[in-house]
Design a protein around this ligand. Structure first.
Ligand SMILES: [Fe+2]
Length: 160
């Protein structure tokens, strides 16, 4: 397990959450009422996820290196980078329009898939915490919180 792989993994995950947060903030400002509130909530949650990852990175890295193969970590890194790129593309496309139009809503379907992918990544991390010898419960609990948020995001995006 090289530090470069772990560092790169977290760098990309934090970037992914930051990009998602930025996108949902734009969507929140372009919509009204409950829809705007839902986007705003997802934006703030995503920002928190990035911050949580930054703070638990070292602790979580130990659990991850215990139970996830390097090849799989590289795959997760690659996937989170793809989600970031996809998110940046949608932000770019939104700049060309004044409101959340039909096109932007089509893009939301792709984001729904992004949320599902992010959920899968965090489920793997949670499993790695459970498998590790680490008896501290705080890291798995924080990951559980992120997982619950991602599930909620996915549901909200389905009905928006
Ligand atoms: Fe997230």
């Amino acid at each position: 397990m090289s530090n470069t792989i772990i560092d790169n993994l977290f760098k990309n995950l934090i970037e992914m959450e930051t990009n998602l947060s930025g996108l949902y903030l734009v969507l929140s400002t372009r919509s009204k009422g409950p829809t705007s509130a839902a986007f705003k909530k997802i934006s703030m949650d995503s920002m928190n996820h990035g911050e949580t990852l930054r703070l638990i990175k070292n602790e979580l890295a130990r659990n991850i290196s215990f139970s996830i193969a390097d090849s799989e970590l590289l795959e997760i890194t690659e996937r989170s980078k793809e989600i970031s790129d996809q998110t940046k593309r949608v932000i770019g496309e939104l700049k060309d329009t004044n409101k959340v139009d039909e096109h932007a809503l089509i893009q939301l379907n792709k984001l729904e898939l992004c949320e599902d992918d992010a959920l899968e990544i965090y489920l793997k991390f949670h499993k790695s915490c459970i498998l590790s010898d680490d008896q501290k419960k705080i890291v798995p609990m924080l990951i559980e919180g992120i997982i619950n948020d991602e599930k909620e995001h996915s549901k909200l995006l389905q009905i928006i």
